[in-house]
Design a protein around this ligand. Structure first.
Ligand SMILES: *Cc1c(COP(=O)(O)O)cnc(C)c1O
Length: 448
């Protein structure tokens, strides 16, 4: 009894201190939103400090594809730790970085041949954008310094990356004094699995024909737009973008930070369209969710031009570049993925979610249901009240973190059928109980 009480008190003080001292992603200090302390995580389960277990439907934002606390990844970390956790990358190199670079070059589309290791996805995007700018500057074309992208994109939270995020979601007006002004076209209106009619690509074709001289690169998330709206678009659109970039002398940057490593059913989403970008960003699932690491890959052409121009160096070099612990873990994670029946697993999750989420379509608050690979999305007609809704998922023993009007599942690839069913039942039950009060969806019994 005494034990239980002190544990409860400790739990409360943890939450209190968290509220007092720490920012969370997209949060306010002093806000009264629920936050749940986690004690440990194994497989597809998060164990909360109060002993409750939650089935993970989020893979910690696309990352934990193998589940948590995996013995193979744990062993890789421990082995590398015994050698060195970090050394600077200026003037030094090491086997984990070299082997990982070789691996990434061999797995990604053929033209991509060199690797820049960054410490987060946003930085990988900054690096991609700087590389595109330096590429044209090195060719004596300093006027090509702007970027073209599609609305509802998400590329990270740093200033350069933010400038190519959706202007509304990305709060461009708030930062307009400092954000570079980029070019935007509407996101594709042709869905995944459908052809791309000429009318869908026309806006991008028009903009490139008019402003291509100012544009260094088109940047987009191939096939799946993630945090900007969870939309899946036609592979035909991506093929058209590739050929327009070639026609107007503009580089193509594919941001596969969310889609990379199997999530959409292909190892990389570009494979759905059979195209290769000039610059590719990967991150998130790269280390299986263990450590923060991302990478920017380029073609020989891009790296040769940057390296032979003025100043002849690529001007970027993070302190924790190619962190050995992260590189060794990434290598182990990639091996684990490739040695697993991941296509079959992702296909099974896809099939399960197509069947299991379909019944949501008829529910009053639901606008659309869509599934691609191991991503299942229930789009609602209005934003939901996260503070009210989050605890309902926890009460049902699942970890699902909606944003805006999107409730979505992207579980670890290793999830079993029963656990997937529990996740889908929870989504269905919670969504079913929502009703609209002054433009927001709240649980039944609230605001009546
Ligand atoms: C998450 C994400 C990023 C940013 O990565 P961070 O590691 O959060 O900086 C960039 N692009 C896409 C597509 C992402 O999903």
């Amino acid at each position: 009894m005494h034990e239980a009480m002190s544990e409860d008190a400790e739990h409360r003080s943890l939450v209190q201190s968290d509220r007092r001292y720490i920012w969370h992603p997209y949060s306010a200090m002093g806000a009264d939103l629920p936050v749940f302390p986690v004690r440990s995580a194994h497989g597809v389960r998060l164990q909360l400090a109060d002993g409750r277990e939650l089935i993970d439907g989020m893979s910690s934002w696309w990352c934990a594809i193998h589940g948590y606390n995996h013995p193979v990844l744990n062993a890789a970390v421990e082995k590398q730790l015994a050698d060195m956790s970090h050394v600077m990358f200026g003037g030094l190199t090491h086997r984990p970085a070299v082997e990982l670079a070789e691996r990434l070059v061999s797995l990604t589309p053929d033209p991509l041949q060199s690797v820049f290791f960054a410490d987060s996805g946003s930085v990988a995007v900054e690096v991609a954008m700087k590389m595109a700018m330096q590429y044209w500057a090195s060719k004596g074309m300093r006027h090509k310094q702007r970027f073209l992208t599609i609305r509802h994109g998400y590329h990270g939270d740093t200033l350069g990356a933010m400038s190519v995020c959706d202007p509304v979601n990305g709060m461009h007006t708030l930062f307009s004094d400092i954000l570079p002004q980029q070019y935007f076209v509407d996101s594709p209106d042709c869905a995944f699995g459908e052809p791309c009619p000429e009318s869908s690509i026309q806006p991008m074709a028009d903009l490139l024909s008019e402003c291509g001289q100012q544009i260094a690169a088109v940047i987009l998330e191939p096939i799946v737009q993630g945090a900007g709206g969870m939309q899946f678009y036609s592979a035909g659109y991506l093929r058209e973008v590739r050929s327009l970039c070639d026609r107007y002398g503009v580089l193509l940057i594919a941001d596969e930070i969310a889609t990379g490593f199997g999530r959409t059913g292909k190892l990389f989403a570009c494979e759905h369209a059979g195209i290769a970008p000039d610059i590719l960003c990967v991150g998130k699932a790269l280390t299986g969710g263990y450590l923060t690491l991302a990478a920017t890959l380029t073609t020989n052409e891009v790296s040769r031009v940057i390296s032979s121009g003025d100043p002849g160096l690529f001007m970027h070099g993070p302190t924790f570049m190619a962190n050995p612990l992260a590189c060794a873990t990434a290598l182990a994670s990639i091996r684990l993925l490739l040695d697993s029946p991941w296509q079959e697993r992702v296909g099974r999750i896809e099939g399960g979610m197509r069947a299991g989420l379909e019944s949501c379509r008829a529910l009053a608050p639901v606008r659309d249901v869509r599934v691609l690979g191991a991503i299942g999305v229930v789009e609602l007609k209005a934003p939901l009240d996260l503070g009210q809704v989050q605890p309902m998922f926890v009460e049902r023993g699942v970890w699902v973190r909606p944003f805006g009007n999107l409730v979505y599942l992207m579980p670890p690839f290793v999830i079993g059928d029963a656990d997937l069913q529990t996740l889908m039942d929870a989504v269905t039950a919670v969504v079913k109980g929502l009703h609209e009060v002054s433009g927001r969806l709240v649980p039944e019994g609230i605001g009546l």
